[in-house]
Design a protein. Sequence first.
Length: 484
Amino acid sequence: MSTRNLTLLTDLYQLTMMQGYYENDVNNHEVVFDLFYRTNPSKNGYAICAGLAQTIEYIENISFREDDIRYLESLGLFKKDFLEYLRDFKFTGDIDAIEEGTVVFPGEILLRVKAPIFEAQFVETALLNIINHQSLIATKAARVVKAAEGDPVLEFGLRRAQGPDAGLYGSRAAIIGGCNATSNVLAGKMFNVPIAGTHAHSWVMSFEAEIDAFRAYAKLFPNKCILLVDTYDTLESGVPNAIKVFDEMKEADIHSGAYGIRLDSGDLAYLSKKARQMLNEAGHAKAIISASCDLDELLITDLKSQGAKISLWGVGTNLITSSDCPSFGGIYKLSAEISKEGISIPKIKISDNPEKVTNPGVKKIVRIYSKATQKIQTDIIALEEETFDETKPLTLLDTHARWKKIKLKANTYSVRELLVPIFRKGKKVYESPSVMDIKEYALKELGTLWDEYKRLINPQIMPIVLSDGLYDLKSKMLEDYKKD
C-alpha cells in the first residue's frame, strides 16, 4: 500500500498562522510543544499510548507537492512568497515520545516536539488526530480484553467504523490493546496481525436448508468451522443442525482444528448455557461457543456473572467506535521557547479552570517502580534537567495537596524515563516494533498496574506528581502573573 501524502491533513488556521510567522520573520524561532491528555477515556484508570508508527510515517513524508501549492494558491489567502517557501518545507526538529503500548496517565507528555515554531505549529493537527484516535481504541480494547478474563477477543468493527482509516488503524490499535485477531483483512496484510471470521446470515439464507449451508461451510473450512446458528431458531434448528454436521465431520475424521458455533442475537447467557449442554451431551465438549451482538466490556462482564458459556468474543461497533467515550481529548500546548543562546524560556497557559493551567518548561516523565513488586508506585512530571537517584530516599508531595507525601526509602525503588528519542534534526532515530511485539509489550505494561487501577468501574487513580522543581517553577510563574 503506497504511502499517502497527508501534508494537508491540517486545520486551516495552522497555515494562516504559519504565514503570519513567515511575514513577521519568526519562522525559525525554536519552541517546545507538549502533547498530553487530561482525562482517561471511559472513566478508566489508565490509557494505552498508540499511534506512534503512523506519526513517524507522517513526519517523514511531509512535503507540499505541486498540486498542494496550486490548491492553496486557489484559496486567495496566501502570498506567493509564502507559497514558494512551502515548496521546500520539511520537518527539521526533534521529537521525543512515549513508546506505543505504554500505560499512561492524565497530564503526562505522550509526545514532545522541539522545532522551529513554523514546523512545530504545523504538525499539531495531524499528531492529535493520529494519537488521539489510536490511543482511544487501544484503551477501549484493553477494557474489553480485561472483561473477557483470558478468553480470546476478536475485533469485528470494520463495517461500523467511521470510515476506512478509522477501521484500519482502529484494528491496529485494538490488537495493541490485547485483541487476538481482527476481521479486517487489509489490517492483517499491512500490519502482519492475525485475522479471523466466520460467515454471515446470508450464507445460511442462500441455501434451501440451514443444514445444507452448514455442510457446505464445513466442507470448505473443516479446520476453522464456526457455524452461525441463529438465522432461524437457535435451539430448535441452529444448534441441532450444527451438531449433526459436527457428528458427520467426526465420523469422516475431516476436522482437526477449531470448531463450534456463533451466537449473534437473543439472550446470550441463556442460549449459550443451553447450547453448551446440547453440545456436551452430543459429545462435543471441545466445541467453541462464540458470541457477537453489540458486545462491550460491561455486557461481557454481566454475561460472565450470569454464567454464560461463551469462550470467544467478537466485539465490533462498541470497540471500534469506543461508543461510550468517542474522543480521547489529547491536546497540544506550547511549553517553552528556546533563545538564540540555547536557553529554555518556560511558557505557561493560564485559565480560570485550574485543570487547564499547563505545566511550563521542557519536561520529562519519570516512572517510579517498587523493586519488591515491580509495580508502578507513581509517575513524576519533572523538568528535563532534574535527576533522581535510586540510592537516596525520595519524598514526593501531592500536586494538589502538598501535605500528602509519598516517602520511598533508598534502594527500594527504580526509575525509568518514559520519553525516548524519535527524531533528531528531522532524521528518524527510532524503529517501531511490530504490532504483535507492541501488543506483548502492552500486556507487560498492564502487569505493572495493581488490579485496583484496572477495575472497569470506579478504578483507583494513579498519583501523578509534579517534581519540586516543576512545582516551584509553575507556582512562581502564576505568582508573577498575579503581580502583573
